[in-house]
Design a protein around this ligand. Structure first.
Ligand code: NDP
Length: 417
């Protein structure tokens, strides 16, 4: 695409879309797509705004968290994710649902000092001034303290090679807290500079949110897991084995965790939360002992299957773009949540439900049987099938030797003649 994109950020929305349309030689119908999904206020959220990008939103059902039934809005483009979450939740619901624990919810940020000749001594000096540095942090965002939150503690970590990290822990109340924490860190960094006569290399929130851990567990009689010709006891054993493999092998762990994130990301998007922040924190936590592992575990004693997930979930119910995202606010109401811990607990439980359904399918019939039906539906729609044509096309596609776009288009053409 060759065009003059200089000063693009200064152009009006109409000018931007005209530039893009001309550069990419878009048809009027293609250019009209920008208008279809255009929300003028969204040019206040991101830079060089053109349009919104729609993603499907659906509802996972059957989840019971701490004795409360919840429905969970999920935004995802991937077929099967919502079905799997609802399916896993349904199995656990029969055994009483998920139990969650969240002991504390603080965000951590770091001020990094470099080229220190004696980092241990600097660390001691900083800790001797902890109280006044916490006051500096609170004064940088006083409304947080008024709400019951604020700076809680400092910690120092000698990183080696002359680097020192000064970690600031903050109770960010109902927000995710990245921006609030960054303002506090910059203020503290100035005071640290005066105290240590050095300039900080950087001061920034850490997404490794180890002080925002949430745990969800479930326990179910193995008979609830029976699938086709597989007894419940056998399925439980195979799920426990799959869990062991995810602890032993990073290749498997990555996919194990991706399945969990299918659910967690979808809720993060539906509630206006920063899913990149969650992804980075959760994967870092999955590698906390030096090897990347599955973030959930499943064990069985032959009678019961026990599942546990523990992960950092620093989510917010205010802040960021939540206040200007009407659907994010509506989704909080659908979830029936009032606080950030409420949301984090539901997300942890949903992740475990998602994981149970995936593992159960994987160790029995295989993931493709259920998944492919939905994938074929997407394929048929992409090939131009109408809703009325879908049942016939799907039936024919399932028996077709090749399940690709060309075959699907041929089937549609044949149906219409
Ligand atoms: P904001 O900057 O929007 O700050 C939170 C806002 O919520 C404040 O304006 C605060 O008001 C208001 N608020 C209202 N009620 C409450 C309450 N009960 N508790 C806490 N705050 C309340 O958002 P965050 O600081 O949460 O930062 C999140 C954003 O930062 C996300 O968009 C994220 O993508 C982004 N981000 C992420 C980074 C990362 O992950 N590394 C880095 C930088 C940004 P008041 O001002 O009165 O206190």
């Amino acid at each position: 695409m060759t065009a003059d994109f200089r000063h693009f950020y200064q152009k009006s929305w109409a000018e931007r879309t005209a530039i893009v349309a001309s550069a990419a030689q878009l048809s009027p119908a293609e250019t009209a797509l920008f208008k279809t999904y255009y929300y003028p206020q969204h040019s206040e959220i991101i830079e060089n705004y053109l349009t919104d990008y729609p993603l499907p939103m659906g509802l996972a059902v059957n989840l019971v968290v701490d004795d409360k039934p919840v429905v969970v809005p999920m935004v995802t483009e991937e077929p099967s994710v919502i079905a799997a979450a609802s399916n896993g939740a349904k199995i656990v619901k029969r055994a009483g649902g998920f139990t969650t624990t969240l002991t504390k919810r603080e965000m951590v940020g770091q001020i990094v000092l470099e080229q220190l000749s004696d980092p241990e001594k600097t660390a001691q000096h900083i800790m001797a001034h902890q109280a006044e540095l916490l006051t500096v942090a609170d004064e940088a965002h006083p409304s947080l303290k008024k709400r019951g939150g604020g700076a809680r503690q400092l910690r120092t970590r000698v990183l080696g090679q002359g680097y020192l990290s000064i970690d600031l822990f903050v109770d960010v109340q109902a927000a995710m807290g990245a921006n609030m924490l960054n303002s506090m860190l910059e203020a503290v960094a100035k005071s640290v500079g005066v105290l240590t006569k050095t300039n900080a290399l950087m001061s920034i929130l850490s997404n490794y949110a180890t002080a925002s851990l949430v745990k969800a567990t479930c326990q179910l009689p193995v008979n609830l897991l029976q699938a086709g010709r597989y007894s419940g006891q056998l399925v439980a054993q195979k799920i426990a084995s799959a869990s062991t493999v995810a602890q032993l092998d990073p290749y498997r762990a990555a996919t194990h965790n991706k399945g969990i994130m299918n659910g967690i990301d979808a809720v993060a998007i539906a509630t206006g939360n920063d899913w990149r922040a969650l992804e980075s924190g959760i994967h870092a936590y999955a590698a906390r002992d030096g090897q990347y592992r599955g973030i959930s575990t499943w064990t069985t004693d032959g009678q019961t299957l026990t599942g546990t997930i523990e992960l950092p979930l620093p989510v917010g119910v205010v802040g960021g773009s939540i206040k200007i995202n009407e659907l994010a606010q509506l989704n909080q109401r659908l979830l029936g949540i009032k606080t950030a811990p409420d949301l984090a607990e539901i997300m942890a439980a949903l992740g475990l439900a998602q994981n149970l359904a995936a593992l159960r399918a994987l160790v029995t019939t295989g993931i493709q049987q259920g998944h492919m039906h939905l994938q074929l539906k997407s394929l048929a729609l992409a090939a131009g099938a109408t809703t009325a044509e879908l049942p016939t096309i799907l039936q024919q596609l399932e028996q077709a030797p090749q399940q690709d776009l060309a075959t699907t288009q041929q089937l549609i053409t044949k149906l219409r003649h």
